[in-house]
Structures are given as structure tokens and as C-alpha cells.
Design a protein around this ligand. Sequence first.
Ligand SMILES: [Zn+2]
Length: 205
Amino acid sequence: MALLSNEEKQERNRARCREYRENNRDYLKAKNAAWYIANKEKIKEYKASRVRENRIHSQNYYWKNRDSILTSEMNKAKSRRWRANNREQERVRVREMRWKNIELTRIRAREYTSRRKSKILGNPWSLSISDNDLSRLLRDKCCGYCRTAIINTPHLDHIIPISRGGRHSISNLIISCQLCNLTKYNFTVAEWRYRHGAKVWWVGG
Ligand SMILES: [Zn+2]
């Protein structure tokens, strides 16, 4: 018998467990349900204790970092006041910042359109996307599908299209080249690959 490497052993064990779970689905379900009923009070108590601990933890955090929290709140209020009093200057500042990060601004605009679309269609679990997440996406200068370098404007693509019920959130977004984005249209990755023989480097997960 051939010797198995550790990874292979792990994979074999995992497969066995999976098989066991699949073969004994009803039994395991009943077992779990019985355990839940038997330990209902304990679970309740455990959850309550976690809530208590969290509350104490955040109180402690507040008192420990009170000064810095208050200072940062004060600074925020101060800059809010400044912005209110210097509207014209603030407008210029924002415009300059947008030009400086023109790529992010463009992507942000596209993000806004798709967020609206997703809202209109009522797709569940859609979330707005932070600037940090968007710039993280933009940091990758290659297409997320075909891995060629992006020369023109990067396109923001929904892996599962919004029109097909995909959620608008960072987990469903990828930066792609123009060709990939336009040929993918509103197909899923599998459909797109089937229709166009597309070269998809990203395999999902
Ligand atoms: Zn591509």
C-alpha cells in the first residue's frame, strides 16, 4: 500500500467524515435536536453570560480609553464645524481629492449605480461598500477572470450578476478587464465559460 502524505490523510479523513454525515443525515439531525432540547437552559445561560461579558468588556474599553475616545469625538465635531463654516473651501478640497483618486471616484460611481439597481430589484443581503474595500480591489492591476494586465479603465463586475439575484457586496465583486466584463454580460461564470470558452482564472469560492 502506498504511503500517504499528511495532507492526503487529512483529505481522506475529511472525505470519510463527509460520507458519514451524508449517510446518517437523519440520525445526526435527530441527535442534535435532542441535545439542543436537553441543554436548552445551559445554552440560554451561556448566551446570556456572553452578552454580559461583552457589555463589561465594552464598558472597560470605554473607561480605559475614555480620553482618546472623547478627544477623537471632539476633533470630529471640530472638523464638522469647520466644514460647515467653510463650505466653499470644503467643496474645493473634496473636488481635488476626487481628481487625485480619479480611479476610485469612477469605481465609486459605478458602485453607486449597481447598489441602486440591487435595491430596486430587492436583492437580499446587499451591502454598501467602503472606500477601503474598493481601493483594495483596485490594487490588483490584473483582471480577476483572465489575469491579463488591465490597461484601460478597470471594470467592477458582479460575479453573480445583480439581474440574476446576486448580492451587491464585497464578496460578489471583482475587478475585471473590459473584454471580460462585456462578454460576461449577465451570465454566471459557468454560462459564460460555456458560451464563450472564456479563460477564467478565478474558480470561485
Ligand atoms: Zn479579463
